[in-house]
Ligand binder design. Structure first.
Ligand code: EPZ
Length: 417
C-alpha cells in the first residue's frame, strides 16, 4: 500500500487544473448502457472509482475504451448482474439499478454495505422504483429487481433529497411509459449533469436543478458525445490547499457557481476568492478566523467539503462549530487531526474546533476519501513530516493529488510501503 510523505510549511503558488467530476462521471457512465448507439464522454478523470465503474460496465456486457480523459462506451448484450466483490468496493454501483430495470426489466445488484461514513441504505431508491412497477426481493445479500412490463411513470416524493436516489430514478424514468414527477429531488450539480447527458441522448427531462423534476418517458435513447462537468469538490479541496498554506493559487477548468457556498464560507474565514476569466484565484494570510458550518443538501455547504474545512479551521483563529447533517459518522478525520495537535471536541453530529493551534506532523491514517484529503491538507501546514497511509482512499477521488500539489510548491511524495 502507498503512503504520502509531506514536509509542511511551503506556501503554494501557481496554477492547478481541475479534473472532471467523479460524482458526475459515475452515474453518466452507468447511464451510458441505456442508449442504442455509442457514447463518447470527455473530461472523465483518471480515478480508481472510474476504473471500477468501467469494470462494472464490462461485467454488465458493455464495451468501453478509456483514453483518459475520453471514454467510448457501446452497450453489447446486457447482463443484469452487479457482483458483490465489485459493489462492496464502490457503493455507487447501485446506480446500475435504474438503467438495468429500464433496459431489461430485471436487475441483480449486491446490496451495497455501509462504509466508513455511515450505513448508507438504499431504501429510498427501492421504494421509488416500486412506485414505477418494480418489485424487489433480497436474496443472499443481493437485491433482485424485476418489473413485468416496462416501468410506468409515477408521482414520487422522496423523504430526503437523495442524490443517488434521484439519479437512479432519472435513469429509470427516461425509458418508462408516461410521465414521472420527482418531488423533493436532489439539486446537486452532478444530478443536473446526468439529466443534461440523458437529454443529449434524447430523454425529456425538465426541472433538474430544482426540487421538482419531470421526466416524460421515451421509447429509446440514442448515443451522443458529452463533456462531463468539472469536479467542484476537487476544486473546493484545492481552494482549501491554497488557503491553509497561506499561498496564492489559480484553479483552472474550475466550476464557479457550483462553488458558491464553499467560496462564501472561505471568504467568511478571511480567504480571498476572486473569480477570473481563467478560473478562481485563492489567496490567504495567516489571519484566518474560524466560522460555524452546517452541511446541507445543495446549494448548502457540501458534506464532501466538511473534512477539508475542518482542517483549515484547526489553524485559523477563534473557534467554530461544524454540524454534519448528512452522514451519521463523518468525523473520523477529526481523530487523526487531534493526533496532529488540533483542538477538536466531538459531540454527536457536532464538532467544536478551537483554532489557533500549530499542527505537528505525524503518521496518520486515511479512513475515507475526503478524510484522507483533509489529512493531506493538514500536512501541508504542519511543522515537520506527515505520513498519510492507506491513500487508496484518496486515489478513489483525486487524480494525481501529489503531482498537482508538487507543481505549486508542496513538498510531497508518494512512497510505496
Ligand atoms: C452522493 O452519495 C455522493 N456520492 C457522496 O459523495 C455525497 O456525500 C452524497 O451524495 C451527498 O451529497 C456519489 O455521488 C457517488 P445520498 P449518495 O443518497 O448518493 C441517506 C464522496 O466523497 N439515504 O444523498 O449515497 C444516506 O444514508 C461521496 O464523493 C437513505 O437513508 O448520497 C445519507 O445519510 C461520499 N436512504 C444521506 O441520505 C437512501 O435510500 C445522503 O445520501 C439513500 C440515502
Amino acid at each position: 500500500m502507498d503512503k504520502l510523505v509531506i514536509q509542511g510549511g511551503n506556501r503554494l503558488q501557481g496554477e492547478i487544473r481541475i479534473s472532471g467530476s467523479k460524482n458526475a462521471s459515475l452515474p453518466i457512465l452507468l447511464a451510458s448502457l441505456m442508449p442504442e448507439g455509442d457514447v463518447v464522454l470527455e473530461n472523465v478523470p483518471e480515478l480508481r472509482d472510474i476504473r471500477t465503474t468501467l469494470k462494472l460496465l464490462t461485467l454488465l456486457g458493455c464495451n468501453s475504451d478509456f483514453n483518459g480523459p475520453e471514454v467510448e462506451i457501446s452497450a453489447g448484450n446486457l447482463v443484469p448482474e452487479a457482483p458483490y466483490d465489485l459493489v462492496r468496493t464502490m457503493r455507487a454501483s447501485v446506480l446500475c439499478l435504474g438503467p438495468l430495470l429500464a433496459k431489461l426489466g430485471r436487475a441483480k445488484v449486491a446490496l451495497p454495505g455501509g462504509c466508513a461514513i455511515g450505513s448508507r441504505p438504499v431504501d429510498l431508491h427501492l421504494r421509488a422504483l416500486e412506485r414505477m412497477g418494480a418489485t424487489f426481493d433480497l436474496d443472499s445479500g443481493y437485491i433482485i429487481g424485476t418489473c413485468k412490463s416496462p416501468l410506468k411513470g409515477a408521482h414520487i416524493t422522496f423523504d430526503f433529497p437523495t442524490v443517488g436516489g434521484t439519479e437512479n430514478l432519472l435513469m429509470a424514468a427516461s425509458l418508462a411509459q408516461g410521465k414521472t414527477i420527482l418531488e423533493n429531488a436532489a439539486k446537486e450539480p452532478e444530478v443536473v449533469d446526468l439529466a443534461n447527458f440523458l437529454n443529449a441522448c434524447g430523454a425529456r427531462i425538465n426541472g433538474h436543478g430544482t426540487s421538482i423534476i419531470t421526466i416524460d418517458g421515451v421509447p429509446a435513447l440514442n448515443g451522443c458525445r458529452y463533456r462531463v462537468m468539472s469536479d467542484r469538490i476537487e476544486a473546493g479541496t484545492y481552494m482549501v490547499a491554497g488557503a491553509i498554506s497561506f499561498g496564492d493559487v489559480l484553479l483552472t477548468n474550475c466550476p464557479v457557481e457550483e462553488l458558491d457556498s464553499v467560496s462564501a464560507k472561505l471568504q467568511e474565514m478571511g480567504v480571498k476568492v476572486v473569480m477570473q476569466d481563467k478560473g478562481v484565484q485563492i489567496s490567504a494570510d495567516d489571519k484566518l478566523s474560524c466560522v460555524d458550518v452546517v452541511t446541507l443538501p445543495y446549494p448548502g455547504f457540501p458534506t464532501d467539503m466538511q473534512a477539508q474545512i475542518m482542517a483549515l479551521m484547526c489553524v485559523a483563529r477563534g473557534s467554530g462549530v461544524i454540524k454534519e447533517t448528512i452522514f451519521e459518522n463523518r468525523f473520523m478525520h477529526a481523530l487523526e487531526l487531534i493526533r496532529m495537535g488540533a483542538n477538536i471536541k466531538l459531540s454527536g453530529q457536532n464538532a467544536v474546533v478551537r483554532g489557533g493551534k500549530k499542527l505537528m506532523g505525524a503518521p496518520v491514517m486515511a479512513s475515507d476519501l475526503r478524510a484522507s484529503a483533509a489529512l493531506v491538507l493538514a500536512g501541508l501546514v504542519a511543522e515537520g513530516t506527515t505520513e498519510v497511509s492507506r491513500i487508496y482512499h484518496l486515489d478513489r477521488g483525486y487524480e494525481s493529488m501529489e503531482k498537482k500539489l508538487s507543481k505549486v510548491g508542496a513538498r510531497i511524495e508518494r512512497v510505496s510501503q
